[in-house]
Design a binder for this molecule. Structure first.
Ligand code: AQP
Length: 327
């Protein structure tokens, strides 16, 4: 089977609908056709300050949400980044392969460092760790949202650079970024990406929101001038975002949905979408809470997966160490 790798940071109690549609839904699809490795990025999480108790809790909660959203631990290797020490070890080699210019050009670094009082060195070297996360497993394909495109491009460059200098070592992976669903927007501000770190949760749909809160957030989503329901991200970013969400949760083409709502009002679309969102997320919420009741079992799944991930990652790391001349 071809291989795939991707991860999500453990930076919040709940993942949001952008993570679900942009990443998790794809993870679930690809576990059927790929040797799939999905990890909880707790090492990336500490590039900004985290409370240790919270980080531990969020790591398990993220793992529970992976499984509740449809990842099957028998099919996918679901592991925690810090349990596979080859990640930071390869990262060091890749940091030494990356130029300062490349690192400081990353838009995520520019955005996040502008928002932080204390800018850690880790925030700058984040993409080298991400490249290590990926390249250790030699995947053909990496499913991510649009915001990770630039980091993926750097990963490919680093793989090619290393191969060129030391001989064929890494597979150069393709990013899998779906056209319409790669960027889900904030419901209150459809120009901004739905994000964990936004201060107000009103525009963010959390997977663990209660049904009542979900309905309220969808119904109060900002729509656009006019009344016509059509897909036009430039002129109608609010409505288009709702249509994208509707389409990706139901699997129905956007055009079909638009045809259904011809002559209807935004309110109709919102009522129906709220139902679709509740139907999708309520079972995920319940399953997550169930899984969190047996933490020993959850930890056992993660430990077993880490063992498998370590087996593969260590082989790649040994080859890299050997090639760069470490004795
Ligand atoms: N709004 C989004 N639409 C589509 N995909 C998204 N992703 C994130 N937001 C959206 C994708 O989810 C995966 C995991 O993201 P992450 O946890 O590694 O980090 P992130 O991109 O930093 O997530 P957030 O919510 O945006 O966190 P903050 O606010 O801290 O920056 C990735 O594949 C990402 O593309």
């Amino acid at each position: 089977l071809p291989r795939t790798v991707s991860g999500i940071q453990a930076t919040s109690d709940s993942l949001h609908l952008g993570n679900y549609i942009g990443a998790l839904q794809q993870f679930v699809t690809h576990q059927e056709s790929h040797d799939a490795f999905y990890f909880i990025a707790n090492m990336h999480a500490i590039t900004v300050e985290q409370d240790p108790h919270e980080l531990r809790e969020r790591t398990l909660r993220t793992a529970a949400q992976f499984i509740a959203a449809g990842l099957d631990p028998e099919k996918s290797t679901i592991f925690v980044q810090s349990q596979v020490p080859a990640h930071p070890r390869l990262s060091w080699v890749l940091e030494c392969t990356t130029s300062m210019g490349e690192a400081t050009r990353m838009t995520q670094f520019k955005d996040k460092s502008a928002k932080q009082g204390h800018v850690s060195l880790g925030l700058l070297t984040y993409p080298a760790l991400m490249a290590a996360d990926i390249l250790l497993y030699n995947p053909q394909m990496v499913p991510v949202g649009e915001d990770q495109r630039q980091h993926l491009e750097l990963t490919r460059n680093l793989a090619e650079r290393f191969n060129h200098r030391f001989g064929q070592t890494f597979v150069v992976p393709e990013a899998q970024i779906l056209k319409t669903t790669a960027k889900i927007y904030d419901l209150q501000n459809p120009e901004a990406k739905m994000s964990k770190s936004l201060p107000s949760p009103a525009g963010r749909i959390d997977l663990l929101d209660e049904p009542k809160a979900l309905t309220k957030k969808i119904k109060s989503a900002v729509t656009d001038d006019g009344t016509e329901i059509r897909y036009d991200p430039e002129e109608k970013p609010g409505v288009s975002n709702l249509l994208t969400v509707y389409s990706s949760l139901t699997g129905r083409p956007i055009d079909d949905i638009v045809a259904d709502y011809e002559g209807k009002m935004y309110g109709h679309l919102k009522v129906d979408l709220a139902e679709v969102v509740v139907e999708t997320l309520a079972p995920i919420r319940e399953r997550t809470l169930e899984l969190l009741e047996d933490r020993a079992q959850l930890q056992a799944i993660l430990d077993r997966a880490a063992e498998k991930a370590n087996g593969i990652a260590e082989v790649t790391l040994r080859e890299v160490y050997d090639k760069v001349g470490f004795i």
